[in-house]
Design a protein around this ligand. Structure first.
Ligand code: T5A
Length: 200
């Protein structure tokens, strides 16, 4: 799945989980922590607003435009493909990248694995660490704004959750976080993990 290794001075840290699992809340806190530690970093939220497919997908998720279901995964994948070059450049120059979703969302939510296999295979930049926010549909269905987006629906989230578990089983670069804990408790766990591995 991954591209050839290159000389990276920065770190690539990704957050994954089902919708409303608390990724953005944690990334906001982590970003403040990295500022305190004087670590230059950039947050990238997939789908992005940096690329044409990313912008189209964001409109689609809000129900503003229609995209044929057969093409949706292709848009998600194309968005990432356009961003890998920039991610590599930033990592080489020493900037840390925090990703709100990554290729694993493409696989866990995906309808058409073939797009992933043919287009993204061999191009993904390997993350240094992935935090998986472990919460299920029942835990998030009453969180604020749940259900506003097209994909936030029971069957889809249950399927994505199971796929994430399968994908992350026995992966040493994945840290599973109990996302039912309080926001502050989780952020302390994340900071401890990052401090332990990357910050001397
Ligand atoms: N998708 C994405 C694909 O199908 N294929 C792909 O390749 C990719 C990249 C993206 C959708 O697209 C799909 C997956 C998604 O369905 P999105 O708008 O980017 O849609 O959705 P999310 O990434 O899920 O972003 P959300 O903002 O919805 O969720 P977050 O960031 O996980 O959650 P957050 O932090 O905003 O929190 C949600 C609410 O919960 C509260 C917060 O205060 C907030 O109100 N909260 C907590 N409450 C209790 N306990 C905690 N620990 C809490 N943490 C946060």
């Amino acid at each position: 799945m991954y591209t050839k290794e290159f000389d990276r001075k920065g770190r690539l840290i990704c957050f994954e989980g089902i919708d409303r699992s608390g990724k953005s809340s944690q990334i906001e806190i982590l970003s403040l922590y990295l500022i305190m530690k004087n670590i230059p970093h950039v947050v990238i939220k997939f789908p992005t607003n940096e690329t044409y497919p990313g912008r189209e997908i964001n409109k689609f998720l809000k129900g503003e435009i229609f995209i044929n279901p057969d093409k949706v995964d292709l848009y998600f994948t194309s968005d990432r493909l356009e961003m890998y070059g920039e991610i590599k450049r930033l990592l080489e120059e020493g900037t840390w990248i925090i990703c709100d979703r990554y290729v694993y969302s493409g696989i866990a939510y995906g309808n058409t694995m073939i797009y992933f296999n043919t287009l993204e295979f061999g191009k993904v930049i390997r993350p240094d660490l992935v935090f998986f926010m472990d919460v299920q549909y029942e835990d998030v269905k009453n969180r604020k704004d749940f259900g506003k987006e097209l994909y936030e629906e029971k069957n889809r989230l249950e399927r994505a959750y199971k796929n994430f578990l399968k994908l992350f089983e026995d992966k040493d670069f994945v840290k599973i976080i109990d996302g039912r804990k309080g926001i502050r408790e989780i952020s302390e766990e994340i900071e401890k993990e990052i401090e332990g591995i990357f910050i001397k």
